[in-house]
Design a protein around this ligand. Structure first.
Ligand code: ZN
Ligand code: FE
Length: 250
């Protein structure tokens, strides 16, 4: 059965997701328990899994209570995740109902970061690796690792839906419009996102195609961004690293 994705907005900018297949469900990155349990109970769902993209508390703080209340199994890629039952390796998968969920290793933001990919439905949950028009900060990994993780996402089919971990899209597009000045797709998306945020609406999901057109971190090969940074002849990773540093200070 085709999965339904329920977006749960937590605190000022955190996104947590419920993936539902019939009555079976998985929750991704529960920063808190109460808003998740409310959605689970309202729909009478059988919560099978609690999936964490990484160990940061704004993605895991709700896990112990949800596990206690539902008995759901906690999955992830990092043994540091609270109450984890199973640590997955790159490419391993499991089933939610009849939906295959593949764990993709995405080091960079943290060392054992993962994304959850549904190959049958072209959907990916990226946590803090890729945001709308942006990417996560490099905390535990290297620029090289995060760049390669982002390339795995941009290599998926153009119509892949991307569900990310925080609502940072507007600020990211403001940065993008500075470093990728001549890009009309950035200007267009900025207008759309300004309107959505005025109405307090989420900018998820994005798509691989939209990110390749507007996300400067996926566009380090383009001449406009290279000229802006004065790095026309440098490697993709060097340009990426400089861009990430500029964004840290933006
Ligand atoms: Zn994080
Ligand atoms: Fe986060």
């Amino acid at each position: 059965m085709k999965p339904e994705v329920i977006i749960i907005s937590i605190a000022s900018d955190n996104y947590c997701y419920l993936i539902r297949s019939g009555n079976d469900a998985a929750v991704i990155d529960p920063a808190e328990s109460d808003p998740v349990m409310a959605e689970v109970e309202k729909r009478n769902l059988n919560l099978q899994y609690i999936l964490a993209t990484h160990h940061h508390s704004d993605h895991t703080a709700g896990i112990p209570e949800i596990k206690r209340k539902t008995g759901a199994q906690v999955y992830g890629g990092d043994k540091k995740i609270k109450s984890i039952d199973k640590v997955f390796l790159d490419g391993e998968s499991f089933l939610l109902g009849d939906i295959e969920i593949v764990v993709m290793s995405m080091p960079g933001h943290t060392r054992h970061q993962v994304a959850y990919y549904l190959p049958g439905y072209n959907m990916i949950f990226t946590g803090d690796t890729l945001f709308g028009a942006g990417c996560g900060r490099i905390f535990e990994g290297s620029a090289d690792q995060l760049y390669n993780s982002l390339m795995k996402i941009s290599g998926l089919a153009d119509d892949t839906l991307i569900y990310f971990g925080h609502e940072y899209t507007l600020e990211n597009l403001e940065f993008a419009s500075m470093v990728d000045e001549g890009n009309q797709e950035v200007g267009k998306r900025l207008e759309e996102v300004r309107q959505l945020r005025r109405e307090n609406k989420a900018t998820v999901p994005s798509t691989v195609m939209l990110e390749k057109a507007t996300n400067p971190f996926l566009r380090v090969h383009t001449i406009g961004i290279r000229r802006y940074l004065g790095m026309v002849d440098r490697s993709a990773v060097a340009v990426f690293e400089e861009l990430r540093k500029r964004k840290d200070r933006f």
